[in-house]
Ligand binder design. Sequence first.
Ligand SMILES: [Zn+2]
Length: 175
Amino acid sequence: MTTYECDPTHPDKYVEIVPREAAATTTTSSTSGTLCAHEYEWVEDEAATAESDAKLVHKCKKCGNIDMRMTEANSAYVQFLRESADKITKASANATVKIEAKNWSSFQRTVIDALSKRPDVTLVVNYTEAGIRHQITIPAGTDFAEFIDENGYTGFGFLVSKGLETDYWAGKLTK
Ligand SMILES: [Zn+2]
């Protein structure tokens, strides 16, 4: 293909010649040869993990130009909840599901809902609070009627107050 610039057969078309470095930050020519009028939307660039928040980019859906980046606050926690609920839902019959909660200190309703649908599952949660490892064991068939607070959360401290704390080191020291 020859350039449309000064092409008498395409008088209405042109390409803007911009230096390579400038192209990323200024308007960019699109495939039709017209300047991109940038239509930005927030899209996920890096998915959240249970430990790090998702990275979002404000990207033009027509030419792919990026003008802003941000971290999606709270997405690591949401991912932790999603993975926890998923583990419970997919557990085999009468399984003991172990969740490593690292520094998280609560579940949100989605996890408790998943657990109440699986009364055959025992849930063991390991977490760290003020540098100390803790373990909670929620026995299969626990009644969760009063386990969710008015904000939709179940704090691990609350589960401990219900007498559900178990000895984290017991399992580690045998053998
Ligand atoms: Zn664009």
